[in-house]
Design a binder for this molecule. Structure first.
Ligand code: JFZ
Length: 445
């Protein structure tokens, strides 16, 4: 009798968990819907802010790699003041750059949390002169500007006494289930605290040091999506993320994942480093940006504020000049999809979502008219984006007996050219139609 009862309890349990499992799955918002804003956003600003800005050294890696001792690295806690931190100004500047989202480091590999975590004393409230939670006002300011909020969080924590890795070649332990379980509990504790900010995007990092099973990556994903079914997660969660994050290197060919983001520094550092003056020019950044757009991705451009909360002048200037360009060309940036293959034109291209407008990004001074080959469509109009000038064009070499399209030549006079990248809109008579078996539209959705 008792036995029967146990079996029926078990059966009820199995039935319940199956049903709730199916329900949970059906309850999920489709990926295309969840990632729609991200796909359209094109530009985000990454913020690496932490105690490493005090000496101006590599974030976390400087002690991990032994360029400074752990204790000396942590002395930077004393110099982190956030005295002139003005999150409203940050958010306005980010908005002005043309970015649609911002991602801030809530905790880097050094374990120093920027919010008032209950899980550890190692946070800026308890251990620095900032004496306050820096994430909450940031989140509010970002929302006020109607930008999307992203939180960066390092899964690995080289400061946590229960975390196995400490510095290169020196581990706290090889294998110790009790300690590891404590760490996992701590990690879940912090991640749960972050859900209070209800971010639109979680940007995990440091996943490479442990497996998905060890991090409980699946459970982390479930936790976040249960709390907010429309949130999105970057790829650095051992296979449980939503989009890919090629780092620093601009991809040469279009990434396989339809959703991707290139994160890139302005100089050679993520955080503030006074000694690093190797800034990319705005021209280079814009040209990289259009390259990314032409492959259907996003650019996550990094800034590194100083320990007092001010943003270095070079970085402010870049954001502002970039903003002038993005404002002028907004119609050819947001909501576009990847363009056509380089076989058809030497220019980078993107398409409107309905594929009926082709955008050409002219990033060099042309030597004559611009050329597009293999275009079967009729052309309704060609103009300069952000300027409006109608351009004259000519189709050359079309043979009446052949279905090979002629060469489309577009005149681009000097006086309409942009100092950085000129954008041309080619309005077609419908969805783009290209000649040739090889030359397919890169992406059509
Ligand atoms: C990580 C961090 O270690 C680094 O400090 C910085 O925060 C950056 C944004 O992310 O660095 C990485 C992470 C992943 C790769 C390379 C560097 N990767 O996948 O090639």
């Amino acid at each position: 009798m008792k036995h029967h009862r146990q079996i029926s309890i078990l059966l009820v349990f199995i039935l319940w968990s199956t049903i709730s499992g199916i329900y949970a799955q059906e309850n999920q918002i489709p990926k295309e819907e969840r990632l729609a804003w991200f796909k359209d956003a094109k530009l985000g600003i990454f913020i690496h802010w932490g105690i490493y800005s005090v000496y101006g050294i590599d974030e976390s890696w400087s002690f991990y790699n032994g360029y400074i001792s752990y204790d000396d690295y942590m002395k930077q806690l004393d110099g982190f003041t956030a005295k002139n931190y003005n999150p409203d100004y940050w958010a306005k500047l980010i908005k002005e750059s043309g970015a649609k989202y911002a991602v801030i480091t809530t905790k880097h590999h050094d374990g120093v949390a920027l919010w008032n975590t209950n899980q550890s004393e190692l946070n800026v409230v308890e251990k620095t002169k900032a004496k306050r939670d820096l994430v909450t006002p940031f989140a509010e300011a970002i929302r006020k500007q109607e930008l999307k909020l992203g939180l960066y969080y390092s899964l690995l924590d080289w400061s946590n006494p229960n975390y196995p890795n400490f510095i290169k070649g020196q581990k706290r332990y090889e294998s110790d289930d009790a300690k590891w379980n404590k760490f996992v509990q701590f990690n879940f504790g912090q991640i749960k605290e972050l859900t209070r900010f209800n971010p639109d995007l979680y940007w995990f990092d440091g996943d490479w040091e442990q497996s998905a099973e060890k991090w409980k990556a699946k459970e982390i994903r479930e936790l976040l999506l249960t709390q907010n079914p429309s949130t999105i997660i970057n790829s650095r969660l051992q296979g449980y993320g939503d989009y890919s994050t090629p780092e620093q290197g601009v991809p040469i060919t279009v990434p396989h994942n339809n959703y991707w983001e290139l994160c890139m520094t302005m100089n050679n550092s993520w955080g503030y480093q006074q000694n690093d003056n190797e800034y990319k020019s705005v021209n280079q950044i814009i040209r990289i940006f259009v390259d990314v757009i032409s492959m259907g991705g996003n650019l996550l451009l990094d800034i590194g504020p100083k320990a007092d909360g001010t943003i270095p002048k070079e970085q402010v200037d870049i954001l502002k000049v970039l903003g002038t360009w993005t404002t002028k060309h907004e119609g050819a940036i947001y909501g576009t999809i990847a363009g056509i293959s380089g076989d058809y034109t030497t220019n980078k291209t993107a398409l409107s979502k309905d594929s009926s407008t082709l955008y050409l990004y002219v990033d060099n001074r042309p030597n004559g008219p611009l050329l597009i080959k293999g275009l079967k469509n009729k052309i309704n109009r060609i103009w300069v984006v952000g300027n409006g000038t109608k351009l004259s064009y000519k189709v050359v070499g079309k043979q009446y007996w052949s279905d090979v399209p002629g060469l489309l030549y577009i005149e681009l006079p000097e006086h309409v050219q942009d100092d950085d990248v000129t954008v041309i809109a080619v309005l077609l008579d419908g969805k783009i139609d290209l000649y040739g078996k090889e030359g397919q539209v890169i992406e059509s959705n």
